[in-house]
Design a protein around this ligand. Sequence first.
Ligand SMILES: *Cc1c(COP(=O)(O)O)cnc(C)c1O
Length: 451
Amino acid sequence: MKRENEQLTRNPIVFCSLPLVNKKMKPLPFDRDFIENLSSKYPTPFYLYDERTLRQNARSFNAAFAWNAGFKEYFAVKANPNPALLKILQSENLGGDCSSLAELVICERIGITGENIMFTSNDTPAAEFVKAAELGAIINLDDITHIDFLAQSLQQIVYHSTLPELLSFRWNPGALRNVESVIGNPVEAKYGLTTEQMFEAYRIAKRRGVKRFGLHTMIASNMLDGLFFRFTAQTVFELVRKIERQTDIRIEFVNIGGGFGTAYRPEETPLDMRQVGALIYEEYEKAKMSPLKIFTESGRWIAASAGTLITRVIHRKDIYKRYVGVDACMANLMRPGMYAAYHHISVLDKETETFTRTGSISPPMETVDIVGSLCENCDKFAVDRKLPMIEIGDFLAIHDAGAHGYSMGFQYNGKLRCAELLLQEDGTVRQIRRAETLDDYFATMEWDTAG
Ligand SMILES: *Cc1c(COP(=O)(O)O)cnc(C)c1O
């Protein structure tokens, strides 16, 4: 590291400086000047989403399943509920996968309704079933007792004297070969019906007048191995055939859930959706599943790579370790603190490789923890991360934060949620959610009764 520094000062003939194009880098659609400009209007931290990437992701996803006539991707709204982004995804023909009242209402307000909504909830309050039914959403039940619970809930709606015409059930496959090692044991997961209950559920639903049926399962989580989705398809197609034979119903769609992985680390190979689509197609043809419709509920694959959290360095601290303090904290992005998840970090305009007569020089590096201001020691965006030397005032870009980023935020320690900005296809930036203010924070407090 030291030698590189010396080289840099001893070698005056510089041909050019180029972004580091190697496996340690992730590209960004903007540079430091652009962000510095933006920050004079919108103080850091803020989320910056890239419309182009979001659209590209949605299109690649749809293209991977173009072979399936009824294919639909229901974007998992919990991954990013910003209406402006949902509008973009809606224009790319995506539906919405909801699991709460607020998510249903967001979809309703931007015009995603009817069977363009998949309601995949669990431990569901009655009012949420009512809203889902009012919107004509596809209701995907998480438990066999929810058949009764749903019917009772819907008695509140005059025109719903019975169960909906279309009903889906979420399957928990339980102990599966080779699965535990990658996603955790489904036996320990709270979701879905057992295999045995699935057969019973369709029988009951049929007896109670349900006419159309779907089946849901989600056994992947942030999965980067395409072969795993072939396994999911194979397993699910087998179950569909068995249920159809034993209960004499026809299953109209299978929803294989989300879990399509994001390559958070630059050295990871991104999940190739074309390959995933092709593998599922092979299984589909082999098992002669046509005209079964395939549905998905991806949040991460669609939105993660389209969002960056921009934060500015406000402190450096040297004690037993070296810390770099930024103006964002875990309240803005909790994945690193909560799951020890890796998010790649770029120090804007410092990821350059300088080419000279004698070869190329990487920027001087240091190993630091990147920390936020919460009084929680897990409030770290990176631990022991090797990064170009950071100065106070530098901008850091925290990559792949477009899914399960802002939406997981909270207000612990009185920290406020930041703004969300959209870099539009024409190159202009639009604020799509303002930063919270102290008034927002105080709005629910009962000041009159204090003291
Ligand atoms: C969270 C969730 C998803 C989305 O998961 P991703 O990892 O974003 O693909 C889809 N379906 C259900 C039921 C979920 O809970």
